[in-house]
Design a binder for this molecule. Sequence first.
Ligand code: RRO
Length: 312
Amino acid sequence: MTVDLSVSWLGMTMPNPLYNASGVMCRSVEELERVRLSAAGAVITKSCTLDPREGNPEPRYASTPLGSINSMGLPNAGYRYYFDYARRYPHHAGKPLFLSLSGLSLEDNLTMLEALAVEQLPCLPEINLSCPNVPGKPQLAYDFAATAIALAEISRAWHGPFGVKLPPYFDPVHFVEMAHVLGGYAGLRFITCINSIGNGLVIDVERESTVIRPKQGLGGLGGDYVLPTALANVREFARLLPEKHVIGCGGIRSGKEAFMHILAGATAVQVGTCLHEEGEGAFERILGELTDIMRAKGYHRLEDFRGRLKVC
Ligand code: RRO
């Protein structure tokens, strides 16, 4: 039985729904090329700022039995570096390029979007409204009024399609309130759910210590910890905003979790912690597992089950 994993959305076709989560394997050209040359269906860059940043002091990433904790602090080579990569990227080879933007202020995001508009580079901005790890900078998308202002300004500066990376929400009132904000901007075509669960604390009992140094040990959680929260955010935003695409991110480490995200309504899915731990071979493995699940269930295409989650 043939299984077709391709995804057509926003006028483009990806060979499959899997790509890297911004932050993992995407800070340097060498890493981005590893993703591009892998089995992944698209590539996204590390969230960038106007100027290059070193990020927070080490240790700033730790692997844990249930996933990961990080407080990288937005280390990146500055937006010009990623725009330069985008200029040289083989856009017509079938793997879309997403540019993750995370300006330290709204003005910085507008500056980067205006520069992108001037160049007319054929890539899709994913604007990160949810970095939990820059000391003194709260996650914007937990402030609904500030998010509405930012989206209004962004829509004035950028006339193409764009997406936002959201933090996890934990209350039905917040899903509805944020969906109401997001629904007001036609250019906002996709929503990536979720960023890491911010400001967790992992403790090493033997050393009686935190496992990362920045922010007194607080950092964003990824991996198995976050799967149910990610699925809830994907399902709720897909339900509340049927005219937009939801990109699932959080806890995908096999074909099974990729299947769950798509069943919950995700158009495509990103892999973070697992990619960091396993390397780019994870894409081929997860795609093989997803294909096996679909074949066993008699599904030919992702549309056969996307968003069809039943309530028991
Ligand atoms: O660089 C980071 O510390 C970071 C970012 Br920008 C983000 O959006 N999410 C995350 O877990 N870490």
